[in-house]
Design a protein around this ligand. Structure first.
Ligand code: AMP
Length: 284
């Protein structure tokens, strides 16, 4: 497996692969890899000849009070995992490789970035779309795989690719969960054992919402208020948002349908966790 940190080296590998007529599948990550990331790599392998995984903790998408400096990093371990999974290249630039100068150009998707995580993390999605745009230009993939764990990010990337006429197929992968239902996340390592148990309430609250809908509840506002109550009863009172939205537009839903997703961001202790699920069906 090759590993590059310089964009020019990565781009020359891409040119050689293209010369050989190989299709490229791309999985962008921030490292601290887990089974969720590796499932995306598998998906990319299924759909393309060569798989590139990027590992880059992108400072541009972290707010000043957020966990950029403490974000878990273990490149050696990540490289071993990606190699075992059968990816062909890891692209792991450092900050200066990606941002040798102040960025005077940013990519910003309006409207669908304003609610949910965008409301609580100003500038976050601009950081994401800017780095993903740069990565797409360096790697030139035919397909790119993103997790539905970051539902809004997936919608934003899809929209950016659509609006900018990039010929890249964006694949959304279902959320990969621990056996007890907790959505896998690099940030789960921040949780102590008590918080780890509390964190199960996120997925439970999604199941609770689904149960309400299955039993006939049609009013989104009612489901949201019951879910908030459920979380508070479980001991999670620092709720950033609970919303029911369309999976593509992030528009709030009043009438529930098969594209309706319940999405939440909740603090468990100091750790902010997100989760989501379709209101009508399991997250497939
Ligand atoms: P991150 O390293 O957190 O930036 O995530 C990199 C990619 O992995 C993103 O597309 C995430 O949505 C995806 N991802 C993270 N956790 C999961 C999970 N539990 N299931 C599926 N995809 C995930």
């Amino acid at each position: 497996m090759d590993c590059f940190s310089a964009p020019a080296h990565m781009a020359s590998w891409v040119r050689e692969s293209m010369r050989q007529g190989k299709t490229i599948g791309f999985v962008p990550t921030m490292g601290a890899l887990h089974e969720g990331h590796l499932a995306l790599v598998q998906k990319a392998k299924e759909l393309s000849d060569r798989v590139v995984v990027s590992i880059f903790v992108n400072q541009l998408q972290f707010g000043p009070q957020e966990d950029f400096s403490t974000y878990p990093r273990d490149l050696e371990r990540d490289l071993a995992l990606v190699k075992k999974e059968g990816a062909h290249v890891v692209f792991s630039p450092n900050h200066e490789d990606m941002y040798p100068e102040e960025m005077l150009t940013k990519v910003n998707v309006s409207c669908i970035t304003e609610k949910l995580c965008g409301a609580g993390r100003p500038g976050h999605f601009e950081g994401v779309t800017t780095v993903v745009a740069k990565l797409f230009n360096i790697i030139n993939p035919q397909i790119a795989v993103f997790g539905r764990k970051d539902l809004q990010q997936l919608a934003v990337i899809r929209r950016m690719v659509h609006d900018l006429n990039w010929n890249i197929e964006i694949i959304g992968h279902p959320i990969v969960r621990e056996s007890d239902g907790l959505a896998m996340s690099s940030r789960n390592t921040y949780l102590n054992s008590w918080e780890r148990k509390l964190a199960l309430s996120l997925n439970r609250s999604i199941k609770f919402a689904r149960q309400m809908v299955v039993e006939g509840e049609e009013v989104a506002a009612k489901v949201i208020s019951e879910v908030r109550q459920f979380l508070e009863n479980e001991g999670l009172s620092r709720i950033e948002y609970v919303s029911i939205v369309d999976q593509y537009t992030m528009a709030e839903k009043n009438v529930l349908d098969h594209d309706s997703i319940i999405a939440l961001a909740v603090f468990v202790g100091k750790t902010r966790l997100i989760d989501n699920g379709f209101v009508f069906k399991e997250n497939e």
